[in-house]
Design a protein around this ligand. Structure first.
Ligand code: CA
Length: 444
């Protein structure tokens, strides 16, 4: 029967669409880390924090070395990830701010359809564990945006220890505030494993968004003890928080393996933005950090793994972006997206399976208030918070954005500026503004 369905799918959709066969629909897990530095995983070159489980995701699949997010900040990139669209198209350019000051319209606009909506409609079980950060009002709650189940918190950050139901921005199970006694990263791992166990008999989508390694810098002694050799206290705590997340991801992978689901599970791992100075992260060799359109703010650890379809151990350097997660997951699930959905992300599978040679994106774009950027091939035009001027870099020779070629390459400068202006003309004004203090310090 399975073969017949595959054959029908192949005849109907063509050989490139074999992954669309309904009988083989993969499970889909999207893991998001928070404020992780580009150089803070073993596979990314990190020497002081072992991350064998997260490294395993990269080694078992494809590691993107030019993997981007569509903004340098938490909430906007999550809006882009879950919609597959540049978030500035629908005004979600900035963070909604803390619960106390967020206006009633600050959240992922209800005009937008999420990846969870589309997968749920196609029959997937849909669950979320972790940080939401796409609005506080009931109408923005994850279970109103396509998720059947939710365990986590609605805000942009959360303490990791002794979470009480009566605190602002509490941990919620569904819509009910609860006390959480475990270290929060451990709890998210526990809930993710339990979710897989509940849904192992049918295709599921799990959106697992750790708040690690975002501030506050909380770690338990168990994890701190692993890094007694790190002298800098903040870096030691950051290492401990990273190690806890690595353990939690290890438990998720072990659960998949024990349930014989690993082979046909499509897993993504991405950080929502680059590391900020405040958590002692390391973005080397990139310049800049969270809240900037320099590479350090928007180029992030990014991997995809699907043993049934994607070759293991591959490194892919053509630029990709977290917007591609939705388009890729939907293609893997055999779900056709109507053209009027206007996704900006592309299905990466043909590129990763050796069926397409070209670059998935001719250009990538950023706008974050007055900060902008565009990448085309190896070229990048950028205006960042450290400069009023547009700067031009060739990333092939200059990944650290040190040698500004704006004066010596006026034609390339003009070409990229014109292309960015054309994209910008399609965007909406931001639905809300970000307080400048938060943009400057990167503490939200
Ligand atoms: Ca973040």
């Amino acid at each position: 029967m399975k073969r017949l369905i595959l054959l029908v799918a192949a005849l109907t959709l063509g050989p490139g669409c074999l992954v669309a066969a309904a009988a083989d629909r993969p499970n889909i897990i999207v893991i998001v880390a928070d404020d992780q530095g580009y150089n803070d995983l073993g596979v990314q070159g990190c020497k002081d924090i072992p991350t064998p489980n997260i490294d395993g995701l990269a080694k078992g699949g494809v590691r993107f070395t030019s993997g981007y997010v569509s903004g340098p900040y938490c909430s906007p990139t999550r809006a882009g990830l879950l919609t597959g669209r540049y978030q500035q198209r629908f005004g979600h350019e900035f963070n909604p701010g803390p619960a106390q000051t967020a206006g009633p319209e600050m959240g992922l606009p209800l005009t937008e359809t999420t990846l969870a909506n589309r997968l749920k409609q196609a029959g997937y079980a849909t669950g979320m564990v972790g940080k939401w950060h796409l609005g506080y009002q009931d109408k923005f709650h994850p279970m109103k945006r396509g998720f059947d189940e939710f365990y986590g918190f609605l805000g942009g950050s959360h303490s990791y220890v002794n979470a009480k139901a009566d605190m602002a921005n509490p941990i919620l199970r569904g819509t009910e505030a609860i006390n959480e006694k475990e270290y929060l990263t451990d709890a998210f791992g526990r809930e993710a494993v339990a979710y897989i166990d509940r849904h192992k008999e049918h295709p599921f989508f799990l959106y697992l968004t750790f708040n690690a390694v975002h501030t506050p810098m909380d770690a338990t002694q168990k994890y701190l003890d692993r890094f007694a050799s790190i002298q800098d206290e903040k870096r030691r705590t950051y290492a401990a928080m990273t190690s806890a997340m690595d353990d939690a991801i290890g438990r998720v992978v072990t659960k998949l393996r024990d349930s014989k689901l690993e082979e046909n599970t499509l897993m993504f791992y991405v950080s929502d933005n680059g590391g900020p100075p405040v958590n002692a992260s390391n973005n080397q060799p990139l310049r800049g950090f969270k809240a900037q359109t320099l590479e350090g703010g928007v180029r992030v650890p990014f991997f995809v793994k699907w043993p049934a379809r994607i070759p293991a151990g591959k490194i892919y350097d053509k630029p990709v972006i977290q917007l591609d997660i939705s388009a890729t997951a939907l293609a893997a699930a055999g779900i056709e997206v109507p053209a009027d959905a206007h996704l900006d992300g592309v299905n990466l599978l043909p590129h990763l399976m050796g069926q397409k040679d070209g670059s998935p994106h001719e250009k990538l774009y950023w706008r974050f208030g007055p900060q902008i950027a565009i990448r085309q091939g190896d070229w990048k035009l950028v205006r960042h918070s450290g400069s009023q001027e547009l700067e031009l870099y060739n990333l092939a020779d200059d990944i650290g954005e040190k040698n500004n070629l704006a004066q010596s390459q006026p034609e390339k400068f003009k070409e990229l500026q014109t292309a960015w202006n054309a994209w910008n003309s399609q965007l909406k004004e931001p639905l809300w503004q970000a307080p400048s203090r938060r943009i400057r310090t990167g503490t939200d």
